[in-house]
Design a protein around this ligand. Structure first.
Ligand SMILES: [Zn+2]
Ligand SMILES: [Zn+2]
Length: 200
């Protein structure tokens, strides 16, 4: 009698390993009552092999790790998960970091950072090398928008920024200007409209 239960539990466990999550289906499969399956599941649960949550059966070892909110790489401005390639990070004097997904969010965020900033690091859009955010050149409003729009992309060298602009449009700005223009871009939608507005 005991062995029968143990065998069934082993088979149940194999099915759970294959992805089965439903007690009713297990009962049908073994031709036993739901109560019997619940007893088996309870035994497996007590051994710490499975867990049952919201009616689903899962292997304990396969449970996804709870995300640690401190470690999760989320853009501090738009909450998007940070794609590493365009990351724009502020290193504060107090040792903290503020990560944003791309120069668009970084430039928009800049004015609202009250703590002293030790360094700003981003990546060159072409080479992916780390570049200092404050000395980088920014192409704003180009037609290439791999992350946020209006697009803002960083370049270590001015020549590269100009070449990119020639291909994809937009305008080249240094950091200080870029932190202002990005807000205008958000407001007016295009570099052309900003220029018209400033002329009139
Ligand atoms: Zn963002
Ligand atoms: Zn972005």
């Amino acid at each position: 009698m005991y062995n029968k239960y143990v065998d069934r539990r082993k088979e149940i466990l194999d099915l759970i390993k294959d992805g089965e999550q439903n007690a009713k289906r297990l009962a049908d499969r073994f031709g036993v009552s739901l109560m019997s399956i619940y007893r088996d599941l309870k035994a497996l649960e007590e051994e710490g092999i499975i867990t049952r949550k919201y009616g689903k059966i899962e292997l304990t070892s396969r449970l996804p790790q709870k995300p640690n909110p401190d470690q999760k790489d989320i853009c501090a401005f738009c909450q998007k998960e940070n794609p590493d390639r365009l990351k724009f990070t502020f290193y504060l004097e107090n040792g903290k970091q503020i990560n944003t997904c791309c120069p668009h969010c970084g430039l928009l965020m800049y004015k609202s950072i009250m703590e002293p900033i030790e360094a700003i690091i981003t990546k060159d859009f072409i080479t992916c090398n780390l570049v200092g955010g404050a000395s980088a050149y920014y192409v704003l409003g180009s037609s290439a928008a791999p992350c946020c729009t209006p697009s803002a992309l960083a370049f270590g060298r001015k020549e590269d920024a100009i070449m990119f602009k020639n291909g994809f449009g937009g305008e080249v700005f240094e950091f200080d200007e870029a932190t202002k223009i990005i807000w205008d871009l958000m407001k007016y939608g295009s570099i052309l409209k900003i220029t018209k507005f400033n002329r009139s």
